[in-house]
Design a protein around this ligand. Structure first.
Ligand SMILES: CC(C)(COP(=O)(O)OP(=O)(O)OC[C@H]1O[C@@H](n2cnc3c(N)ncnc32)[C@H](O)[C@@H]1OP(=O)(O)O)[C@@H](O)C(=O)NCCC(=O)NCCS
Length: 199
């Protein structure tokens, strides 16, 4: 059966700014402005995602099916082990909803005023299904966002948030930090063994 993900050769031809190893990109995902998109290693992007504008995904990042990352000029960054579930929308650029300007992409820029601001998902962040993240938000290290949340303000680290607008529910366990250490040292050992076998 043909793979649902691009082959390594095809990935190189897509024209991303940079791309690491072990990257799984669904052939059903769409990318606009690939030259502004950087992908680290061990990244997976699932069916029906749309990525546009400036985007930087680090290592061990997952973008769940049907998620939209609209990076614009300011950009969206996912740090290591950050990810989003299905149908998450993240905007680093948005139309102005105040009524002081026209909206929509078919209207000339001189009639519009965009709301722009870089969005940052720090290490270990997870965003639950159907959530929305607005421009200029920084989701700090270890934050989890519950399903169907609206994140319009930056978060505190290591808390579980939920709701619209998202508010903190409780602290999040930091056991992740120990697990990351174990996992990465296991990976280093595996790579070392593999290298030895190839020598
Ligand atoms: C936020 C979340 C992590 C909390 O889980 P939890 O710690 O087990 O919390 P509970 O289920 O005990 O809920 C605590 C309260 O918050 C409410 N609540 C939980 N998640 C909520 C959400 N996303 N939106 C609104 N209210 C929510 C519950 O109804 C409950 O209210 P109550 O005390 O009045 O009964 C979880 O509900 C969630 O949204 N997970 C996301 C999962 C997801 O998107 N998975 C996709 C595949 S990766």
């Amino acid at each position: 059966m043909e793979s649902m993900f691009y082959s390594e050769d095809d990935l190189k031809k897509l024209g991303f700014k940079s791309i690491g190893e072990n990257v799984l990109l669904s052939k059903k995902a769409s990318f606009y402005g690939e030259q502004e998109i950087s992908l680290g290693s061990n990244v997976r992007i699932d069916d029906f995602c749309i990525l546009s504008g400036k985007i930087n995904l680090s290592n061990y990042v997952h973008i769940g099916a049907g998620s939209y990352l609209i990076g614009g000029a300011k950009g969206i960054t996912f740090d290591d082990f950050a990810g989003c579930s299905q149908r998450v929308c993240i905007y680093a650029v948005s139309d102005d909803y105040s009524g002081n300007s026209l909206t929509n992409p078919t209207v000339p820029d001189r009639y519009k005023r965009l709301t722009e601001g870089a969005v940052y998902l720090e290490k270990y962040v997870i965003v639950g299904a159907g959530s929305i993240v607005l421009p200029s938000v920084r989701i700090r290290e270890g934050t989890a966002i519950g399903a169907l949340s609206l994140v319009s303000r930056s978060t505190e680290p290591w808390k579980i948030y939920f709701g619209s607008p998202a508010i903190p529910l409780r602290n999040r366990s930091q056991k992740i930090l120990d697990l990351e250490k174990d996992f990465l040292s296991e990976e280093t050992l595996k790579n070392h063994d593999l290298q030895k076998k190839q020598e």
